[in-house]
Design a protein around this ligand. Structure first.
Ligand code: F6R
Length: 243
């Protein structure tokens, strides 16, 4: 995995945003995999700026989001659908029919997962997949386990994920217990994976993905097996690894 260590979160976000923008400049109809959470907020802010300055247009891209809580309605401000519209989509020229986010209100979640995979496969997988990492090493909501799922699936969130994500909710009991997530196969079927990591709190898990081993108990460690992964970190996240 290629490492880029940045001085600050702002610098890391700019490097990530330019990487995405250049991908879209080179291939206007790129399929981009988007992530939510705190980590990519700076990247999406910079992408909005790059769009406003006419550096990039998203008019021909197709978007696939990694995951969505289940159950949750799209108009719930905690939904990832809402997050993506607030932080990126409503500010740029992406075409709404080209946006794919698992439907957290689907009556039949298994069918929703199968449909999502069919759309992802029909699009040929992603050209660029943005990822964050959970403190427990999850990517998407592929939680540490002895077995990992390849396909999009309905998962039970790990207790540490529920606790970590409770910061966005009034009460921990409001955090949905499940989510629909792209599986490891959907993530790996990307031509280029961009893993973003920031903050001292992620230093321990960052060390684990660079320790020379792979294990399903640290799902992000499997990224070592993908031929084209770029990890963009700030100095704090990279604090326990050798450059
Ligand atoms: C979000 C996602 C998650 C987050 C991870 C880190 O779509 O798939 O894997 O990337 O939980 O979240 P933050 O960035 O909030 O620390």
């Amino acid at each position: 995995m290629k490492k880029i260590i940045c001085e600050t979160y702002e610098e890391m976000s700019a490097v990530a945003a330019f990487t995405i923008a250049v991908q879209v400049q080179v291939k206007a109809d790129s399929v981009i995999g988007f992530a939510t959470g705190s980590t990519p907020l700076g990247t999406y802010k910079k992408l909005r700026e790059l769009y406003a300055s006419k550096f990039v247009s998203f008019s021909a891209i197709t978007a696939f989001n990694l995951d969505e809580y289940y159950p949750i309605k799209r108009d719930n401000p905690q939904s990832y659908y809402y997050f993506m519209w607030e932080n990126l989509f409503r500010h740029v020229d992406i075409k709404p029919p080209q946006i794919n986010i698992p439907d957290g209100s689907a009556v039949d979640p298994e069918m929703e997962c199968a449909d999502y995979d069919a759309k992802l496969m029909a699009a040929g997988g992603t050209d660029l997949q943005i990822l964050g990492i959970g403190n427990n090493g999850h990517i998407g909501f592929n939680e540490p386990n002895e077995k990992l799922e390849l396909m999009t699936n309905l998962v039970k969130l790990a207790p540490d994920t529920i606790e970590a994500n409770s910061r966005f909710f009034d009460n921990i009991s409001d955090v949905p217990a499940q989510a629909i997530t792209m599986g490891m196969g959907g993530i790996f079927n990307s031509k280029h994976i961009l893993l973003l990591i920031n903050g001292e709190g992620k230093a321990e898990i960052t060390k684990k993905i660079f320790d020379g081993t792979v294990t399903a108990t640290v799902p992000a460690s499997l990224l070592n097996l993908h031929p084209n992964v770029t990890v963009i970190m700030d100095k704090q996240a990279a604090g326990l690894i050798c450059d």
